[in-house]
Ligand binder design. Structure first.
Ligand code: THU
Length: 131
């Protein structure tokens, strides 16, 4: 699976984002280790705090399909520089592996690449802890 295909999946799904309050649409495509693409969009709510980020929507879709190991995630936005995952989403992604490649892209084809461990150093994992 090429990055171009994954980016295109995120670009396409961004159109389905439900963001009437912020007008800030995000599309996400996760490449699972099963070679499937799991997409997500942000879904806002009149009760603003109930908004669900695109990244977490995509993670839920992947896990529900039985995929818990991810190779890459593309976060597609329309701002410059391209949006990176919020703190909460970084922690949720970290649950499934700190070596995840995070590719942030926008409409101007600006591409910024990270490893999740750069975006979330010392993330929390319960299974690493002893009590
Ligand atoms: N948003 C995401 O979907 N992912 C992020 O990582 C950052 C923020 C959404 C939530 C909200 O609908 C809009 O962007 C503005 O915050």
């Amino acid at each position: 699976m090429s990055d171009v295909e994954l980016i295109e999946a995120a670009r396409q799904v961004q159109k389905n984002a439900y963001a009437p309050y912020s007008n800030f649409k995000i599309g996400v495509a996760i490449l699972g280790n099963d070679s499937q693409i799991y997409t997500g969009v942000n879904v806002e709510s009149s009760s603003y705090g109930l908004t669900i980020c695109a990244e977490r929507g995509a993670v839920c879709k992947a896990v529900a399909a039985g995929c818990k190991i991810f190779a890459k995630i593309v976060v597609y936005s329309s701002c410059s520089p391209p949006a990176t995952p919020c703190g909460a989403c970084r922690q949720v992604l970290y649950e499934f592996g700190q070596d995840l490649q995070v590719i942030c892209v926008n409409d101007h084809n600006e591409i910024v690449r990270y490893e999740l461990s750069q975006l979330l150093p010392e993330g929390f994992r319960l299974k690493d802890k002893q009590n």
